[in-house]
Design a protein around this ligand. Structure first.
Ligand code: SAJ
Length: 421
């Protein structure tokens, strides 16, 4: 049975582009979201998130009648769930949005439908989703009950796209497809082949769940190694950036880059899902999370030490006289995304410690974030460098790389990204 109508539950950074890709291939797509503003915006042919090229695709899909958004679910041949999976205070995953999605779609399911979970999830979440669906629909059979003969097919298929490149990566990246049965996988491959040109590699649901977590945990461990090296090198008076360049000349060594910590909504979250499933065993993965989460505090200590040194060199001054430039707020280079950003976290703490003495620079946004408003000046890089005694480089934005080193000559510099090494 082919797929005429596809429903995407959750119209955020993954769900909306995915819905738009299906619609661009002339599938009828019903996007469902709890956010009225998002629903209204999409139905006007506009988008409520920042992602290059997506606006044109959504606008065309809505105008041609292939995509519509709604607060309520409707029958479809395939359902894709792309809702958030945050963690709770104790770092255990919170599946409440997946549960809500299951309860939402269960009433409209019919024999022959395919349900795919795309949200980054702990191992076992797909089986849990199928159990929630079965609880509500005892008139239908599910893979955990009927295997290949199930009325409803269920699979896990994680997204792996890089923010800023979503439209291209959705099409060209390989996909891992983890069906609860072989038929669930087969039907999912058929669905994704609507727009995916990358290879669809089949496995089971638990391995697919773990594959997504493993990809991001692997990157987190790599960054933690670089961050730990930066702290060791600081103590031993070695330039860590030069050290990494040298070590990476070895044909089998590829060390990542240290920074002020790890931000974004994926790499700083997903490894905890592995830790919470195997707390005794996941020693390295937990340590990596702790090293990366500890890096902002280490940077703040470096700034405090720089202030203390400045006071020694300027005995007539007090701590209220020092001026600190914080360069960059985004969670990584050349984007405007401040969510879970270590740069923003560090700047907030510095603004708390040195109220009205911080000069905040972020070339990719137009106004100072509300959390800093009133206690810091929002200026451009030139003005910040002119006034500052201490310069803290927090994001390796392109424009910061062009700053003349002579502008930094008489200042204490804390370069967390190695831009000026
Ligand atoms: N970072 C470093 N040093 C590095 C690389 C990154 O400090 O050498 C920092 C960045 O500055 C940033 C954080 O790590 O704060 C994360 O940035 P990122 O570029 O590594 O990753 P994300 O969060 O933008 O996207 C990741 C990607 N995963 C992998 O590369 C394994 C993406 O493919 C996933 O789809 C995405 O997570 C996701 O949605 O899970």
């Amino acid at each position: 049975m082919s797929f005429e109508t596809v429903s995407v539950i959750g119209l955020g950074y993954i769900g909306l582009p995915t819905a738009a890709m299906f619609a661009s291939r002339k599938k009828r797509v019903i996007g469902v979201d709890v956010n009225q503003v998002a629903v209204d915006t999409i139905n006007r042919g506009e988008i409520h998130i920042v992602e290059p090229e997506l606006d044109m695709i959504v606008s065309a899909a809505v105008t041609e009648g292939y995509l519509r958004a709604s607060l309520t679910p409707a029958p479809a041949d395939a359902f894709l769930i792309a809702v958030p999976t945050p963690f709770k205070d104790d770092h255990h995953p919170d599946l409440k949005y997946i549960e809500a999605a299951a309860k939402l779609i269960a009433p409209v399911l019919k024999k022959g439908d395919l349900v795919i979970l795309e949200s980054t999830s702990p191992v076992g979440a797909t089986e849990q989703l199928a159990a929630w669906l079965a609880e509500t629909r005892s008139d239908l059979s599910f893979p955990q009950q009927a295997g290949e003969a199930a009325d409803i097919n269920v699979a896990y298929c994680p997204e792996r796209v890089l923010p800023g490149h979503v439209v291209r990566e959705l099409v060209v990246n390989d996909r891992v497809i983890g069906g609860m049965t072989a038929q669930c996988s087969e039907r999912s491959v058929e669905l994704y082949k609507t727009f995916v040109t990358g290879e669809c590699v089949v496995t089971n649901a638990r391995t697919a769940e773990m594959a997504k977590l493993t990809e991001n945990a692997s990157r987190d461990v790599g960054i933690a190694f670089a961050n730990e090296l930066s702290i060791i090198c600081d103590k031993l008076d070695i330039n860590v950036w030069e050290l990494i360049l040298l070590a990476n000349r070895h044909p089998r060594v590829n060390i990542l880059q240290p920074g002020p910590g790890v931000g974004g909504h994926c790499i700083a979250v997903d490894p905890w899902f592995i830790v919470s499933s195997a707390p005794e065993e996941a020693k390295l993965i937990r340590a990596a999370r702790e090293i990366n989460d500890g890096k902002p505090e280490w940077v703040i200590e470096k700034v405090k030490a720089a202030v203390a040194d400045w006071l020694i060199s300027n005995p007539t001054k007090t701590a209220q006289d020092v001026s600190i430039a914080c360069l960059g707020l985004a969670f990584k280079a050349d984007i405007d995304d401040l969510r879970e950003s270590p740069a923003l976290q560090i700047t907030k703490q510095l603004v708390n410690l040195f109220s009205n003495q911080c000069l905040v620079v972020e070339p990719n946004i137009n106004r100072i974030p509300r959390s800093l408003e009133g206690n810091a000046q929002f200026v451009n890089a030139d003005d910040a460098l002119e006034q500052a005694n201490i310069v803290v480089l927090l994001v390796d934005h392109r424009s910061f790389k062009d700053i003349e080193l002579s502008n930094l000559a008489d200042k204490a510099v804390i370069d967390t990204r190695g831009v000026w090494h």
